[in-house]
Every structure is written in C-alpha cells, then in structure tokens.
Design a protein around this ligand. Structure first.
Ligand code: GDP
Ligand code: MG
Length: 159
C-alpha cells in the first residue's frame, strides 16, 4: 500500500509518540509537536487523556520486572499524557533520534530530552523503538485507528 514505500529508498512508517505527564505539566506540548511538524512528519492521531494504571502497565509490560517499574507507572499516571501518531519516511528511528537517549545525561543537546530534562525518571517523552512495537502501541493507544489524510506539503518534503 502507498504508506509502505514512496520509492525504493524510503519506507513510510508510523510511530507512537507520547508526551509524558511532566512534559504536559511543564508546558512543552507545543514545543514537542512543533519539532515533529517542522521536520516534515504528518500528524495522523492525537489525544490528551489520563489512562488508568492497568493501561499504562500494559504499555510498559516489557519493563514489569524492573525495580523502577512501580515508580514509572506512578509517574506515568500522575497526570494527563498527549498520545500521538506521526507518519513519515523512517519516522520510528528518526523520531527516537529527535527524542534523544533514554537517559538525559546521554541525550545530545538539540534533542528533546537533551534540551528539556535532567533525570531518566522525568524524561518528558516516549517514542516507539521499532516498527513492530510502533504497530502494537498504535493499536493499544488508538484502537479506532488513525486519520488518513493527504498533506499538501508532501511533494515539498519528499523527492
Ligand atoms: P525509552 O524507550 O527510551 O523510553 O526507554 P525504556 O523503554 O528503556 O524505558 C521506558 C521509560 O522508563 C524511560 O523513558 C524512563 O522514563 C523509564 N526508565 C528507564 N530506565 C530507568 C531507570 O533506570 N530509572 C528510572 N527511574 N526510570 C527509568
Ligand atoms: Mg522504550
């Protein structure tokens, strides 16, 4: 389908990006959305809400054995999050680069985490780490699907 390849070099993908409760509380919603918009990615789903604890535990199920898991779930359910799906060529990996490394002390300046946070337990944003986890996360967070629309910019962003 047309979302998978725009040409043989570019693979169209979708990724799940979430602004965590600290990002919302600190007024960074616009800044984070702005960076994805200005890069050229297309927003195909977005909502602000406070999912229940069990839902967040499902999202982070692969970390359930970690010592920081309970603290992580407390943090992630301490206020509303902004859930988004962004679409574009290689957006899963490129989106992770835009967020920066998990630990803000390892995040390059110029990345979202590098520029706006200090501690791993308050690192303001989430992004899917592979196409497979993106598909699973999008299905979990947006079970009704995403918006299919054509951006008037695409001919100016892709060759
Ligand atoms: P991500 O994919 O870059 O978000 O990193 P992970 O999937 O490994 O971890 C998910 C989230 O758990 C991170 O974004 C952090 O908020 C949190 N986290 C990861 N490692 C630690 C840790 O060592 N301590 C604490 N307090 N939180 C952590
Ligand atoms: Mg992760």
């Amino acid at each position: 389908n047309k979302f998978h390849f725009i040409n043989k070099f570019r693979k169209m993908e979708r990724t799940y990006i979430m602004i965590k409760p600290d990002g919302v509380q600190r007024g960074l919603v616009g800044e984070i959305i702005k960076r994805f918009e200005q890069k050229g990615y297309k927003l195909v789903a977005m909502k602000l809400w406070s999912p229940p604890r069990e839902f967040m535990e499902k999202h982070y199920a692969d970390l359930s054995s970690k010592g920081f898991f309970a603290g992580l779930i407390n943090y992630m359910t301490s206020g509303p999050v902004v859930s988004m799906v962004w679409e574009g060529a290689n957006v899963v990996l490129e989106g992770r680069k835009m967020l920066g490394a998990t630990k803000p002390t390892d995040s390059a300046m110029g990345t979202i985490r590098g520029d706006f946070c200090i501690e791993v337990g308050r690192n303001i944003c989430h992004g899917s780490d592979s196409v497979e986890s993106a598909n699973a996360e999008i299905a979990l967070w947006f079970p009704d699907g995403v918006s299919e629309w054509d951006s008037c910019e695409s001919a100016w962003i892709y060759e």
